[in-house]
Ligand binder design. Structure first.
Ligand code: 8WZ
Length: 156
């Protein structure tokens, strides 16, 4: 029976730049990514996304826009990671490093895809154009995509 884990990812955008975090430890360590993690018991996905953003980089999101939903699977593990992806430009606070993440603003023209999960270069174009999408990726290890699909959707 395959288990499902619900995770969030939040990307902060401002003036042609996007805030990424360098993951310092744990799952995805050594890669630049959005801010997020597991949704805890008793919180909504939105609450979990805002909580992780605040914990990981010090920013408080006042609103989040849903941009994507991706199911990830690893060949070696039956658990499906259901990742809810959001973006925000409606935030306050000062960017701060945490135990988990080292934040850094990147120009949208120079995103470090070679130091990110390999799926990112496939779906970032949707997010950067504010187009909503759904997708599925089957991984072998951390860096080989065995199979995937992506489709644009219109949710709202
Ligand atoms: C397999 C996988 C997982 C995640 C993830 C972990 C926590 C939230 O998302 C990814 O994030 C990105 N950008 N690609 C990813 C691939």
């Amino acid at each position: 029976m395959s288990k499902k884990k619900i995770l969030t990812l939040v990307f902060v955008r401002e003036a042609g730049k996007i805030l990424l975090g360098f993951k310092k430890r744990g799952f995805g360590a050594g890669l630049w990514n959005g801010f997020g993690g597991k949704v805890e018991e008793g919180e909504t996905i939105l609450q979990g996304a805002k909580r992780e953003l605040l914990e990981e980089c010090g920013l408080k999101a006042h609103s989040l826009k849903s941009v994507g939903l991706i199911n990830f699977e690893f060949e070696s593990d039956p658990t499906i990671l259901e990742v809810h992806i959001f973006q925000t430009s409606d935030f306050s606070g000062l960017v701060a490093e945490s135990e988990e993440m080292r934040p850094r603003w990147y120009s949208e023209e120079s995103i470090p895809f070679s130091q990110m999960w390999p799926d990112d270069r496939l779906w970032f174009p949707y997010m950067l154009k504010d187009r909503q999408f759904e997708g599925y990726f089957l991984f072998k290890g951390m860096d080989i995509i065995l199979n995937h699909w992506l489709k644009e959707v219109n949710l709202l």
